[in-house]
Design a protein around this ligand. Sequence first.
Ligand code: TRP
Length: 450
Amino acid sequence: MTNKPHSHAQWSSRIAFMLAAVGSSVGLGNIWKFPYMTGESGGGAFVLVYLVCILLIGLPILMSEWLLGRLGQKNPISTMNRIAGRLKRSKAWVLIGVGGILAAWLILSFYSVIGGWALAYIRYSATASFIGLDGEGVGALFNGLLGSPGLLLLWHSLFMILTIAIVAGGVSGGLERASKILMPALAVLLLVMVGYAATTGSFEAGLDYLFSPDFSKLTGEVALAAMGHAFFTLSLGMGIMMAYGSYLSDDVNIGRTALTVVILDTVIALAAGMAIFPVVFANGLDPAAGPGLIFQTLPLAFGNMSGGVLFGTLFFVLLVFAAWTSAISLLEPIVEWLEEKSPLNRLTSALVAGVATWILGIAALLSLNDWATLTLFGMPIFDLLDYVTSKIMLPLTGLATIVFVGWFMGRDEVRAQLNMNGMAFAWWRFSARFIAPIGVAIVFVYNLFH
Ligand code: TRP
């Protein structure tokens, strides 16, 4: 692999690569989605299945995407084309890349709407709107936002503009530098929130809810949700990590790096859960409140703690930043593909892809109010976008990726890429060939019949 195309730079260091990977994976999925899904699924059983999926399915697939990307040295579609061609495998493997681009578009549309909520909450927090609110007050504030298509549109548009701006300019050094400070700051602030949660008197109830699995709540649907979320939170099944892998230099140890990213991502999600559920129970709120959960619990905490205006504003700024770095990673592959396959230049590609996403996002935000009764397959558009991507597209593409690496690539090539030996590699290969694919298949088939 010495003959790299000149346009294909490499990460300046292992740290830069880690930051980009963590920036993509840590986002709304960890802080917004994980807690509300846990709440909707009844707690510990969901968390347990999620952790198992992260380790047995997510980790090997993350490693597979990176090794494919590093071998292919191109965008996901060309990478699959190149590797499948060289190994004389079917061209159909290219669908892994194609499915990814479609999924990126669908996910980013609703992701941007939630990014917009976080932006709105910076403003509420900075103007001290949380002070003195009770459970009903935070509910009213949130429902006021949700019930106003105009406000939602404003914030969704702003979030989308922020995302387009960075992608249009090419991935900038400034973002990398900012990430080095802001991502750790987010982690620290989450710890502060966990500290506050510990003073609510319901800390134990919250931890119990998260970490004591009640197996009567473990249904096929819960397992599918947990598995889908493992893909979502690690940015898998969309070729994103494959694209990142194409910038990875040969001396980076894929296994160790993947494990670090997975651990960081998981710790952030669990910390968010530990910050939120005690507040939920201390205030008699409903853990199954759905997508509004963090927006209806954290403001209560900020409204009651000393320095809450400062901490609250800072928290939502950092949340927006985390969402932003993830959103960039969602828009980037669409733009990269447009730029290569159409006559458009980078700026116009970013605008076209961004506007197409923005429009779909408008449909998603209207389904929260004016179009709430309009359903497709029994779901409002917002829910449908989430369902189709997290529970169908990401797992299927992820499954195809791991099956390709486990069954269609040479053992030695994979081993050399992963730089693993002996037992570690034997175990990895076993999980890539059997545990991960069979796990995904079982959850899938089970849900088909229920
Ligand atoms: N992982 C991000 C989060 O947890 C969301 C995300 C970014 C994503 N890129 C992705 C999800 C690619 C799936 C695929 O918020």
